[in-house]
Design a protein around this ligand. Structure first.
Ligand SMILES: [Fe+2]
Length: 198
């Protein structure tokens, strides 16, 4: 499905040459096809429900009840909502946001698949597979399923705004197992990726 104004983007950078992408595309079908070839499931669905800044987890899940039920039926026991929404001119919000950002900014794996349906805002996944880092800048409507044990990290940027519904099959499977590899520092940050000059 194509959406007007979609900014979802896939950039594939060799681990050893972060300045020369082997692929860079905003075409949804091309993104899905390439990610599928490396074991990542990517789809685009409709995500247009208006969410108030005050919307809590229940409100988000209610707004997307049909999608949640459909995905849960595929074998997920639990669902929750990760939501970072606030005033980017508010220092208290930015401090909280920086804490949230730092949690998964370094390379890690999980014992469970990392399954996300973005319903608002955006963020970037960096997936390290077969000698390349696959950067997926996700936006509202994007569904991404990263298999367990895949090395990856996530950058929401310094002024984050996103809402993602998360699906879990294993209790505590979301816990990050950090590899200790500083690879993330060599790759462009979310802010750099989405800056107008790039
Ligand atoms: Fe993760």
């Amino acid at each position: 499905m194509n959406r007007v104004g979609a900014m979802t983007k896939l950039i594939v950078l060799p681990e050893t040459d972060t300045s020369n992408p082997s692929l860079s595309t905003t075409d949804a079908a091309a993104i899905a096809a390439h990610l599928s070839s490396v074991g990542i499931r990517f789809e685009q669905w409709t995500a247009g429900a208006p969410l108030a800044n005050s919307a809590d987890q229940e409100a988000v899940l209610a707004a997307y009840a049909a999608d949640v039920a459909r995905i849960k039926a595929q074998g997920f026991s639990t669902v929750d909502v990760a939501r970072i929404a606030g005033d980017p001119t508010d220092d208290a919000f930015l401090t909280k946001a920086a804490e949230a950002r730092s949690k998964f900014l370094a390379e890690h794996t999980h014992a469970d698949d990392e399954v996300r349906f973005f319903v608002e805002g955006r963020g970037a996944f960096y997936l390290r597979i077969n000698g390349s880092v696959h950067i997926v800048i996700c936006e509202a409507g994007d569904y991404l399923s990263v298999p367990k044990d895949t090395k990856h990290w996530f950058d929401m940027g310094t002024r984050p705004r996103f809402t993602a519904i998360r699906f879990f099959a294993i209790e505590d499977g979301w816990v990050g197992n950090f590899t200790g590899d500083p690879i993330a520092a060599r790759f462009p940050s979310f802010d750099e990726l989405v800056s107008p000059a790039r």
